[in-house]
Design a protein around this ligand. Structure first.
Ligand SMILES: [Zn+2]
Length: 168
């Protein structure tokens, strides 16, 4: 869709008669928009002549879906019940740019999946390590107890042997 699909951004009918005045107004609006976009970031309210169906100033947004990734647009500022106002700031990508964006989106999804998978593996490794440590602690405790038993048994045997030697 071409820039300015709705509202004051529409370019249809420009170039003749009163359209000339409309065009200069649009150019003025675009200059104003460009200045604001330089200063504003995503989510910021853009105070130009454009208003959504609620009559509110729109907010700057950026598309993150499919081939529209990276395209900026103005949208309704209402979070709970937004209207359908949408004013595209950037042209739709086509040709080589579109293919590159599709590949980048695919790569981004692959990297996200890889990250999630790695994070899950890391969590599992961490749990295994904790269990191994607990097992080592239990084994150490068991060895310590058995060593004490052996010492007691040796002492007991020595006492019995000494007693027997005295009797004989
Ligand atoms: Zn709205």
């Amino acid at each position: 869709m071409a820039r300015g699909s709705m509202g004051a951004g529409s370019r249809r009918g420009r170039g003749r008669g009163t359209a000339g005045r409309e065009e200069s107004a649009l150019n003025g609006l675009e200059v104003e928009l460009d200045q604001l976009l330089e200063e504003h970031r995503e989510g910021m309210v853009v105070r130009t002549g454009l208003r959504c169906r609620h009559g509110l100033y729109p907010v700057l947004a950026c598309s993150w879906s499919d081939t529209d990734v990276g395209r900026r647009f103005l949208a309704c500022s209402q979070v709970e019940e937004p209207c359908d106002f949408k004013y595209w700031i950037d042209q739709k990508f086509d040709g080589r740019a579109k293919r590159v964006i599709e590949e980048l989106v695919f790569m981004n999804q692959s990297l996200t999946e890889l990250y999630v998978h790695s994070a899950r593996q890391w969590d599992e490794l961490f749990v295994s390590r904790q269990k191994a440590r607990e097992t080592i602690c239990e084994l150490s405790e068991t060895i310590r107890e058995q060593r004490s038993c052996i010492v007691i048994l040796l002492c007991f045997t020595a006492v019995i042997a000494g007693g027997l030697w005295l009797v004989l």
